[in-house]
Design a protein around this ligand. Sequence first.
Ligand code: GUN
Length: 296
Amino acid sequence: MANASIIDGKAKAAELSEEISAKTSELLERTGVKPGLAVVIVGEDPASQVYVRNKKRTAEACGFHSVQHTLAEESSQDAVLSLINDLNNDAAIHGILVQLPLPSHLDELTITQSIVPEKDVDGFHFKNIGMLTAGHLDGAFVPCTPAGCMLMIEDHLGKDLSGLNAVIIGRSNIVGKPMASLLLKANATVTICHSRTKNLPDVARNADILVAAVGRPKMVGGDWVKPGAVVIDVGINRIQVEVEGETKNKLVGDVDFEAALGNAGAITPVPGGVGPMTIVMLMANTLQSAERAAAR
Ligand code: GUN
């Protein structure tokens, strides 16, 4: 039985995008500053190319100055660092994003930390991580995926999550850990689970808010979901399915969506849930960076 309301991330992202466009025009008129976003991609990973194209399209729709730098797969570490240095010093650029994963010969940590914190719209710089962890959200950039998840959670449960249990499956620096900081700041009681967690389904069943961010197709079964829980599915997994004798590619989340519908109070679909929200939060961070630059 399907009880859950389906959280329409695509519609919410479109609304936010309209708001960002309006604020962008206002900022440009008032200060002459146009938000500038630079996206750097190294190599030809097909999934990354799709993400980068979507980011560029959304940035242009918001009225931003949008530039993309595509570097060859075999680019040296120095070449990437030199490009980032140029972008750090370019007054027309307010946000810099290096699409991950990088080719294995490159040092991801050195590269992500070389972006100045003021333009680190991904929120990966240690200064931004530190500020988020310490609960100082005003001056920091919050990573885009958890920021988008949080807005959807607030829509259903309000800004104060006192007394609610939040369970995050996945301990990544991009999603799991910053998600925990945001939920904690909102007064939730937070548990982070991972591959070494014992009795994971039992822990999940205790969650009023369940965030799945592991990258394993349909890992979270319907019976892992507490009745009425808000379920946020961050997974984007490409699987092959048989449709009328033909093999087709399909996108699925980390949650078995159909099975979870009966128990969940609200749930994000894949696609159309977290994904569109992530991209729009990148635009929100870039606009915020441009507003801070204009105020300086
Ligand atoms: N690759 C997958 N997710 C992300 C993200 O949030 N930021 C960047 N830069 N690369 C990614």
